[in-house]
Design a protein around this ligand. Structure first.
Ligand code: NAD
Length: 449
């Protein structure tokens, strides 16, 4: 019998009102059924929002440093359970243990950062225009926040949303991704154990279109924080615009790494390899374009192809494995579709491009590390988010051309440049249109603050 998991509403673990459930399976081995989770709908969303609304009345009055003490205990508990959480994540999401340990560490850092913020929620004072008038701004909580999260950082992303909301005195309803519900359930247990009062954090599982959309529409939700695809983010922003809710969105990327001909080539190869193939290319900040100066293209391409062929693919719970599976069948079909598109567009497939088919990979959604060269900037494989282990190499002849190619997509999340020319590095930081620019480091990697 598979484990049955539940929603968490007003301090109680509950099935969906409809009693319907969905399965959560291990992407490295679909025969491994992790458990059944509630397939919630608008009625469950409403129950969770009402619980959060009621709890807001008292949680907002708990002094922020006291809320910080609870978050500090959450951080301590996450530390204690780090290995257990990393293993839960790897089993339901697929990425290797080294990466899921990093994911949990981000959650730990986020807990301690926000615990400290409880003593620094500063406001401002300002001189008033009128005599005998005093002017100031203070921070006040907003109310019930709906937090909707993706599967690729199943612990870290919920914590980025939960802990700042909680320290500021808000109450929340968390709707985690359907592919990674167990990590969220374990996180909520830990919050409960640390002393978060009933109703302050509520958890509803289920499909985004159903329970996620119900939360976004709910009249008592004051704020929506969403991380996921641009397509869904656009719909959520439109819906929040209609109801004048506050909304924060963290969406997709088509991130590029530039390598100039004066760069440390070995460092650039290392960065591109793990930027592209770490987490099987399923990071919002994954490197999916490599923009290389023509003087060094051959050297870099040859080395990358050789290294990519040697990457050990398999179950992420095996410590020697370097790259796990894709998240599900739909993701693998999408990557295969883009490989076909790349070939049709005239790019040259240098390695990979197919399902990984060794005996160890037979029951999971594995895919080979894939590299295209002769990619032109306008091609769809250079413009659209593939979200898999596919790297497109684009050759350029100058720094100016590299910047133009890098900026020439609809996305602007992360970027990097490898160069030993400090003036060029500073020009890149100024001229690249992306939220993050790394110099001599890969496009991936986050600092919690
Ligand atoms: P997704 O948009 O399919 O789903 C994200 C979440 O939204 C899930 O919980 C899902 O159930 C829910 N959802 C789906 N449809 C919904 C709807 N109509 N209304 C409300 N909720 C809905 O994304 P995904 O496949 O889970 O995640 C991958 C995407 O996330 C990629 O595009 C990636 O780049 C992006 N991402 C961005 C960041 C960032 O910080 N910028 C971080 C990680 C992932």
């Amino acid at each position: 019998m598979a484990d049955q998991f539940l929603n968490y509403i007003n301090g109680k673990w509950l099935a969906a009102r409809s009693k319907s459930t969905f399965e959560n399976r291990n992407p490295a081995n679909r025969n491994d059924l992790i458990g059944r989770f509630p397939s919630s709908d608008a009625a469950d969303a409403d129950a969770a929002v009402q619980a959060a609304k009621q709890a807001f009345a008292s949680w907002r009055l708990v002094p922020a440093p006291k809320r910080g003490e609870i978050l500090y205990r959450v951080g301590e508990l996450l530390k204690k359970h780090k290995e257990e959480l990393a293993r839960i994540e790897t089993r339901e999401m697929g990425k290797v243990l080294k990466e899921t340990r990093g994911d949990v560490q981000e959650g730990i850092d986020c807990a301690f950062l926000n615990a400290g913020e409880g003593r620094r929620l500063f406001g401002q004072t300002t001189p008033a225009e009128l005599p005998n008038k005093f002017a100031m701004s203070v921070r006040a909580p907003i109310g019930v926040c709906a937090l909707i999260t993706p599967w690729n950082f199943p612990l870290a992303i919920p914590t980025w949303k939960l802990f700042p909301a909680l320290i500021c005195g808000n109450t929340v309803v968390l709707k985690p991704a359907e592919d990674t519900p167990q990590t969220a359930a374990r996180l909520v247990e830990i919050l409960n154990q640390a002393g978060v009062p009933p109703g302050v954090v509520n958890l509803v599982h289920g499909r985004g279109e159903e329970v996620g959309a119900a939360l976004v529409r709910h009249k008592d939700v004051q704020l929506v924080s969403f991380t996921g695809s641009a397509a869904v983010g656009r719909d959520i922003a439109a819906s929040c615009g209609q109801s004048l809710k506050r909304v924060s969105l963290e969406l997709g990327g088509k991130n590029a790494q530039i390598v100039m001909d004066d760069a440390d080539i070995d460092l650039a190869i290392e960065g591109a390899l793990w930027g592209a193939f770490g987490t099987t290319g399923q990071r919002c900040t994954a490197t999916s374009r490599l923009i290389v100066h023509r003087n060094v293209t051959k050297k870099i391409t040859d080395a990358l192809v050789e290294r990519a062929r040697k990457i050990k693919i398999g179950d992420g719970l095996d410590e020697s494995v370097e790259m796990g599976p894709l998240i599900n069948q739909a993701a693998r079909e999408k990557v295969l579709r883009y490989v076909d598109i790349g070939k049709q567009e005239g790019a040259r497939l240098l390695t990979g491009g197919a399902v990984a088919d060794s005996a160890k990979c037979a029951d999971g959604y594995f895919f080979q590390p894939t590299i295209f060269d002769q990619v032109r900037p306008h091609m769809r494989i250079a413009q659209e988010e593939i979200f898999g282990p596919v790297l497109s190499i684009i050759e350029i002849g100058s720094f100016e051309e590299a910047i133009e190619v890098l900026n020439g997509t609809a996305y602007g999340l992360s970027s990097s440049i490898y160069t030993n020319d400090v003036a060029r590095a500073f020009r890149a930081m100024r001229d690249i249109e992306a939220g993050i620019t790394d110099v001599n480091g890969p496009t991936i990697g986050a600092e919690v603050h």
